[in-house]
Design a protein around this ligand. Structure first.
Ligand code: FES
Length: 105
């Protein structure tokens, strides 16, 4: 099988209900979320004021809250769901193959 993605870890690295950072080849980070056992990836930086969502975000269900100004996003789509966030987060497909987690970056 050809895998078009960046290996970011194993499934054990991404516990349910939590957010973890993943370093990309270009030096940026993504935020990886485990929502009910399914992994999602977005850009790490809040589109409002560049807080790190993997470090400071609070995940409740599929919604991440940015603690800087309490804006929110749906991590499954990147859509902003609460002010002051109005610009979507970029999202990236996640693939789990056996125990390995890949992001199409
Ligand atoms: Fe995230 Fe302002 S920096 S809501």
């Amino acid at each position: 099988t050809t895998i078009n993605g960046i290996l970011v870890g194993t499934v054990q690295d991404f516990p349910e209900g939590e957010i973890r950072p993943a370093a990309m080849p270009d030096g940026t980070n993504l935020a990886i979320y485990n929502v009910g056992g399914t992994l999602y990836a977005t850009a790490d930086l809040c589109t409002h004021g560049e807080a790190s969502l993997s470090e400071e975000g609070i995940l409740t269900g599929n919604i991440v809250e940015c603690p800087w100004h309490f804006g929110t996003f749906d991590v499954t789509s990147g859509a902003p769901t609460g002010m002051p966030c109005t610009v979507p987060l970029k999202t990236f497909p996640v693939k789990v193959i056996e125990d390995s987690v890949y992001v199409e970056f």
